[in-house]
Ligand binder design. Structure first.
Ligand code: FAD
Ligand code: EPU
Length: 339
């Protein structure tokens, strides 16, 4: 049943704990309630904002219109052909609990994506990725509702136009759809992806007798906990900037000047730089002021210790300027900023 509340604080609905309020707010746990909410807002000419776990948003001000908090549940095996499994997940499922559930069921493929905050429905928005695997590699399709027409539709991987921290939903599809479920391509036969340097290093240190998806998940969680702050303890939105992708000529010039620069050659001949290294080398790690700062263990993570969104963005801007002037590299914000 649709229950619209007014002037709701969103501080506990965003992992930066920014103190914005929603003019109108509702939680939706079925497709039908979602449709009701969309029609209610449309009839009143209100703006619609969809919120998952709030782990990739910067809320600068109160949000006008209706904020829809996604809570549609459900995890189910759709079909199995040989080792290949199609698993459909409601948009309101917690991502990490989903990863744990799939491992318990013997449905493999999400282990490298353990402990990413947020909900399943947001995973396609920026094509979540970690430790050498991206959602796009495990994605079959999604179901969504087109906001202006309230029509239901299904989208393939091609429709979603996934890229590094990118998709159709950040461009032409921005604010046009509510994702209601995601169907993943998993396998009953483990295929481990162990290439990511920090994962490799942690495995060498552990020297396990057997490599299993459950062990990979455990090690990924351990590596993540060693550098990423827990938002429940220290509010943050994960990486504040994307890793910039530059031409190989520019990379060659930079590496001759900074031999320990971290870069990953891409299939298209470009090179992805570790923005954390750039921000760290520009001297920002651990800097704290006006209640906002740069995390001690990971310079790509900005933290909020009682500041506000404007102060966070001012800090981010100063960091970007200094990285641009020192390295000639432009940084792009990763979280979605709500002005
Ligand atoms: P929200 O922050 O609520 O929303 C993000 C955007 O998606 C918003 O624009 C929102 O409108 C839109 N949206 C959300 N749900 C829907 C829906 N159902 N339909 C339509 N639009 C929707 N990301 C990575 O990729 N890799 C990482 O390793 C990673 N590590 C992180 C570590 C920490 C400590 C934190 C705090 C964040 C990290 N993130 C990482 C970022 C974040 O977890 C992901 O982007 C996640 O997918 C966001 O999910 P959410 O439900 O919190 O989305
Ligand atoms: N580094 C530094 N100093 C720092 C931080 C990093 O020198 O302060 C160096 C590290 O030593 C390492 C390299 O930079 O050599 C990369 O660091 P890390 O492995 O921590 O990964 P990242 O590139 O900073 C990306 C994602 C993370 C994801 C990890 C693991 C982006 C923007 N960030 O971080 O995703 O968890 O890789 O795959 O792509 C997120 O998107 O919110 C996020 C946390």
């Amino acid at each position: 049943m649709l229950d619209i509340q007014t002037a709701v604080s969103l501080q506990t609905f965003n992992t930066l704990a920014l103190p914005a309020r929603a003019e109108f707010f509702c939680r939706v746990d079925t497709d039908e309630t979602l449709l009701e909410a969309l029609r209610w807002a449309r009839d009143k000419g209100l703006r619609i904002t969809v919120l998952g776990g709030g782990s990739n948003v910067v809320l600068l001000n109160d949000i006008p219109g209706l904020v829809i908090s996604m809570a549609i549940p459900g995890i189910g095996l759709q079909h199995q052909i040989g080792d290949q499994l199609a698993v459909r997940v409601g948009a309101g499922e917690n991502w990490h609990l989903l990863v744990q559930r799939t491992l318990a069921e013997g449905w493999y493929g999400l282990e490298n994506l353990s402990l990413i905050p947020g909900l399943a429905g947001a995973a396609p928005i920026q094509n979540i990725g970690a430790y050498g695997v991206e959602l796009s590699e495990r994605f079959l399709s999604l179901e969504a509702i087109h906001i202006p027409s309230t029509e239901r539709l299904s989208m393939s991987a091609d429709d979603c136009r996934f890229g590094y921290r990118d998709s159709f939903f950040k461009h032409a599809g921005r604010d046009q759809y509510v994702i209601t479920s995601v169907t993943l391509s998993l396998s009953s036969k483990p295929q481990l992806h162990l290439d990511y340097p920090a994962l490799q290093q942690a495995l060498v240190e552990r020297n396990p007798t057997e490599l299993t998806p459950a062990l990979i998940s455990e090690v990924v969680c351990e590596v993540r906990r060693s550098k990423l702050p827990d938002p429940a303890v220290l509010p943050n939105a994960g990486s504040f900037f994307k890793n910039p992708v530059i031409a190989k000529e520019q990379y060659a010039r930079l590496i001759s000047q900074y031999p320990d620069l971290v870069g990953y050659p891409q299939a298209d001949g470009l090179v992805k730089l570790a923005a954390g290294w750039l921000v760290d080398r520009a001297g920002w790690k651990g800097v704290m002021r006006d209640g906002v700062g740069v995390h001690q263990q990971q310079a790509l993570v900005l933290v909020n210790r009682g500041g506000d969104g404007a102060k966070l963005l001012a800090l981010a801007d100063e960091i970007s300027q200094s990285v641009l002037s020192q390295f000639g590299v432009t940084l792009e914000l990763e979280p979605r900023v709500y002005p």
